[in-house]
Design a binder for this molecule. Structure first.
Ligand code: AMP
Length: 285
């Protein structure tokens, strides 16, 4: 596995990897890798000839009171894991390499960047869109792999790719969960044993929404109400949002008949976690 920390070196490595018309798949991450990330790496391996992974804890997507400085950084374990997955290139730039002094250009996907997580985390999607656009420019992947876990991020990036004519395909991979239902996340390691148990209420609430939908209920306010009843079983979990939206525009949907995204974010202790469920169109449920 080639490891590069500079843009110039990454570009020169990629010229070699791409020789003879080989395709490149990119998996952008912030490190502290888990099986969710690895599922993206394996998808990239299945779709592309060469697999590039980036590890960059992107300062511009964290708010001033968020966890940028204490975000888990597990470099040695991440490298070992990526080597064992036979990743071809690991791009791990410093903040200064990605945002040289005087850097002042940002990407804002208007309208969408203040919905769901964007509403609770002002500036978050501006940071995400900017860093992903930069990674696309540096790596020039044929395909880029993202997790459905971050459903709002997927919607914002899909729109960005369309609006800015990026010449690549976004591939979205399913949420990887623990056997008990908890969606894997680098932030789960912040949870105490007690909090981890409480955190299960998110996937439980979404499962309840799924069951109600399968019974033919399509009224969003009713589905949200019943999700709320499950969430209330853990009074110490503070709900940030629990909504049913259009998965492409992230706008609220009154009815789920044509398909919908049920998304929830909550604070368990001081840790913010998210989870979601895609509801297919009613006729296919
Ligand atoms: P992060 O390192 O948290 O920025 O995540 C990097 C990529 O991994 C993003 O595309 C996430 O959506 C994806 N990801 C994170 N957790 C999961 C999961 N549990 N299942 C699938 N993909 C995930």
């Amino acid at each position: 596995m080639r490891i590069t920390k500079t843009v110039e070196e990454a570009r020169s490595d990629l010229r070699e990897l791409r020789a003879g018309g080989r395709s490149v798949g990119l998996v952008p991450t912030m490190g502290a890798l888990h099986d969710g990330h690895i599922s993206l790496v394996r998808a990239a391996r299945a779709h592309c000839d060469e697999v590039a992974v980036s590890i960059f804890v992107n300062p511009t997507q964290f708010g001033p009171n968020e966890d940028f400085t204490r975000y888990p950084r597990t470099w040695d374990a991440d490298c070992a894991l990526l080597k064992s997955e036979q990743v071809d290139l690991l791009f791990a730039p410093s903040s200064e390499e990605m945002y040289p002094r005087g850097s002042s250009t940002f990407i804002e996907v208007a309208d969408m960047s203040d919905r769901l997580d964007g509403a609770s985390r002002p500036g978050h999607f501006r940071g995400v869109a900017t860093v992903v656009a930069k990674l696309f420019q540096i790596i020039e992947p044929d395909k880029a792999f993202f997790g459905q876990k971050d459903a709002a991020q997927v919607a914002v990036l899909r729109k960005m790719v369309r609006d800015l004519n990026f010449n690549l395909e976004l591939v979205v991979c399913p949420i990887v969960r623990e056997p008990d239902g908890l969606a894997l996340s680098s932030r789960n390691r912040y949870l105490s044993t007690e909090e981890r148990k409480q955190a299960l209420v998110l996937s439980r609430a979404l499962r309840h929404v799924e069951e109600e939908s399968e019974r033919g209920i399509t009224d969003s306010s009713r589905l949200i109400r019943s999700a709320g009843e499950v969430l209330a079983q853990e009074p110490s979990v503070r709900i940030d949002y629990c909504r049913i939206v259009d998965p492409d525009t992230l706008e609220d949907l009154a009815d789920t008949s044509s398909g919908a995204l049920a998304a929830v974010a909550a604070f368990v202790g001081s840790t913010r976690i998210i989870d979601n469920l895609l509801l297919p169109p009613a006729e296919t449920r």
